[in-house]
Design a protein around this ligand. Structure first.
Ligand code: AMP
Length: 366
């Protein structure tokens, strides 16, 4: 067992977006310092971190200096070039480890891993070219979704195939990148479970939240999700199984489709795993106002070798993302009694996450 890092230690955070910002704030609350590494200038996390290195991912000197100045390194997004991790890993522990990152960076590896540990996923097949797509469609059938294997987020890099005639256009939308075809899941709702695993292997899960997406972007998370008691415990067991199989240290988000019936051979129940995020997740932002210990503190605790905190939900919460010009509603939101979480982004762009609000909708039922 590694000794917990004492207050005053420095946590390195790869990536300086809003997740890095909220991780840095949580670290500060625990008396820790955050050193953010981010290629883009003026990032949201730099405004609150004790230190920021603004340098590209291939700047070996900057990466080395960054690693030498911190006790542990974590990340806020999964598309970090592995060469950057090679440099850091030789100097400092990276938590969660490379395996979590590699599995979730690439959709084919992710689906294969999830299926391999006995979890239900949509039928899938790798696609490299037109012949491969035709073969995959013949096996999986339409409707289906073609997705790029890497760098897909917020519904980007995806094309729906409603009928075989759509195949050509869908393939063109991949721009020549390796893809994966997924069978379309006729889900009733989308939920996610955010869970943490400590260095000692202990696991703590937050209550599942119900997610509503618009244009591929998360719009709202509502807790509690409309799930039966059995589905709720299945969701938590799924997250725990993934955490254990990856030997993950830190927070991980699991997005699940709730289907009307269990597919043959699926384990457990009627929940199908869509994807995993090996980090704090937008659908866990409600924990900031619905729990004593939120996902950001839980992550910092885990990667610093501290005991996990009590993430029991004390309130029902609705989290709403402020996307693009939603931020123009700020005067009304500020007066509405909702908890505001703004990311300090100067420029409003369509589809850009500018902040979120958490509304308490009642006490949690016991
Ligand atoms: P993803 O980037 O994979 O999370 O996909 C973004 C959104 O597209 C999901 O939240 C779903 O609403 C939808 N989606 C993705 N994959 C599937 C699927 N296999 N079947 C049905 N809907 C999907």
């Amino acid at each position: 067992m590694t000794d917990p890092l004492p207050p005053g230690s420095t946590v390195g955070i790869l990536g300086g977006g809003q997740l890095g910002r909220m991780l840095a704030l949580a670290a500060a609350r625990l008396g820790l310092r955050a050193h953010v590494y981010e290629p883009g200038a003026g990032c949201p996390a730099a405004q609150v971190a004790a230190r920021t290195t603004c340098a590209p991912w291939d700047d070996v000197q900057a990466l080395r200096a960054f690693a030498q100045g911190v006790e542990v390194v974590t990340w806020e997004f999964e598309n970090i070039p592995t060469a950057a991790l090679d440099v850091i890993e030789s100097l400092r522990p990276i938590r969660p480890s490379r395996r979590s990152l590699e599995v979730s960076q690439e959709r084919l590896a992710e689906k294969t891993f999830l299926q391999g540990i006995g979890l239900a996923v949509a039928p899938f097949a790798p696609v490299e070219d037109r012949a491969g797509l035709d073969a995959a469609l013949a096996r999986i059938g339409a409707p289906a979704i073609l997705k790029t294997r890497r760098l897909g987020y917020d519904g980007k890099g995806q094309a729906r195939i409603m009928a075989p005639d759509d195949a050509g256009a869908a393939l063109a939308a991949m721009g020549g990148r390796p893809a994966i075809l997924e069978g379309f899941v006729a889900f009733e709702r989308e939920v996610s479970v955010i869970a943490a695993r400590g260095i000692d292997g202990s696991v703590a899960a937050f209550d599942p939240g119900e997610n509503l997406h618009e244009d591929g972007i998360l719009r709202r998370t509502t807790v509690p999700a409309r799930l039966s008691a059995a589905q709720t415990s299945d969701a938590v067991l799924i997250a725990a199984r993934i955490l254990g199989a990856l030997d993950h240290v830190g927070v991980l988000g699991v997005e699940l489709f709730v289907t009307p019936g269990a597919p043959p051979g699926a384990l457990p129940g009627a929940l199908i795993v869509n994807e995993i995020a090996p980090r704090v997740h937008n659908s866990g932002h409600w924990t900031q106002n619905g729990c004593l210990i939120d996902q950001f503190e839980q992550h910092i605790r885990a990667v610093c070798g501290w005991p996990l905190g009590d993430g029991t939900r004390h309130s029902d919460v609705e989290m709403e993302n402020l996307i693009g010009h939603d931020i123009d509603r700020l005067p009304a939101l500020a007066a509405s009694g909702a908890a505001l979480h703004l990311y300090g982004k100067a420029e409003v762009r369509p589809g850009r996450k500018m902040g979120h609000v958490n509304r308490i909708t009642g006490p949690a039922a016991r």
